[in-house]
Write a protein that binds this ligand. Structure first.
Ligand SMILES: [Fe+2]
Length: 269
């Protein structure tokens, strides 16, 4: 066991090929920190995960576990098949966030694409990728978003698709704006897109965020800073990709996502 970012962390057994133990296996050893019960994380499985409690990111104080974790029977949850599609089938047009209304949304049209990979570099096929984001002005279509920025009647900010046989996903959208979030005085989130991915089972679901290269707000962001290793933070930043860019139409960004293993894409803190 060792300590990272003030949080006790205990390695757990590596997941076996062909099985899916999930990114954060159930914890068996906890330590208290400022009254919190801090579940240990499976760092042998995931190298760059942020801690559950990171005081500079204030929301973590509200959701960091305060009770000892409950270990669920292995056969009850961890092997439940995924992904979950809901009652409405995934349609090709769900992946184009600029075509969901009568007109086109305002902002810079972009393409985001990449591969979803397993720990051995193999593509994760036919898995559900969901995204949600603010509009170009930095405003979510969400009643709890009170940012004084305009809504866009032509932009909902949500999409989904299934990965293809090579593990590729692809979205067309507009570049989201930065927005204030009251974490601390003059706190602004870097432009980002939220991602949710399902692997082959429910316990492998990953919820994370993708950022844009060169954003000056990234070094100031406590969510990013909660990932102590700069290599982990880099894994969340897409790269401008001219092969994805469509001339005269939209810039393209490439962002690959690794679901598990030591190079797994970090999840949200
Ligand atoms: Fe956000």
């Amino acid at each position: 066991m060792y300590r990272r970012s003030g949080v006790c962390i205990k390695p757990v057994q590596e997941s076996r090929p062909g099985s899916w133990g999930g990114r954060n296996a159930p914890c068996t050893d906890d330590r208290s920190l400022s009254g919190f019960i801090i579940p240990v994380k499976a760092v042998s499985d995931v190298e760059y995960e942020p801690p559950y409690l990171y005081p500079d990111y204030r929301s973590t104080e509200l959701r960091a576990p305060r009770h000892e974790p409950v270990r669920l029977p292995d056969e009850w949850f961890h092997n439940a098949p995924g992904p979950i599609f809901g009652r409405i089938p995934v349609r090709p047009e769900d992946a184009d966030l600029t075509r969901q209304h009568r007109g086109e949304p305002l902002g810079e049209r972009i393409i985001i694409t990449g591969r979803v990979l397993d720990s051995d570099g193999q593509p994760v096929r036919n898995t559900l990728v969901e995204v949600w984001q603010a509009n170009a002005a930095g405003r979510y279509l969400d009643p709890v978003d009170h940012h004084d920025a305009p809504l866009d009647p032509n932009f909902t900010g949500a999409g989904r698709c299934l990965t293809d046989d090579a593990g590729f996903y692809r979205f067309v959208t507009v570049k989201p704006g930065a927005y204030p979030w009251r974490n601390h005085l003059n706190a602004w989130r870097p432009a980002h897109v939220h991602f949710s991915l399902f692997g082959p089972s429910l316990s492998s679901r990953v919820v994370t965020q993708m950022y844009f290269p060169g954003d000056p707000l990234i070094p100031l962001d406590p969510m990013m800073s909660s990932i102590s290793d700069p290599r982990g933070r880099e894994l969340l930043i897409a790269r401008l990709d001219l092969d994805t860019t469509v001339p005269e139409w939209a810039l393209g960004y490439r962002w690959d996502i690794v679901l598990r293993g030591r190079r797994a894409t970090p999840a949200e803190a």
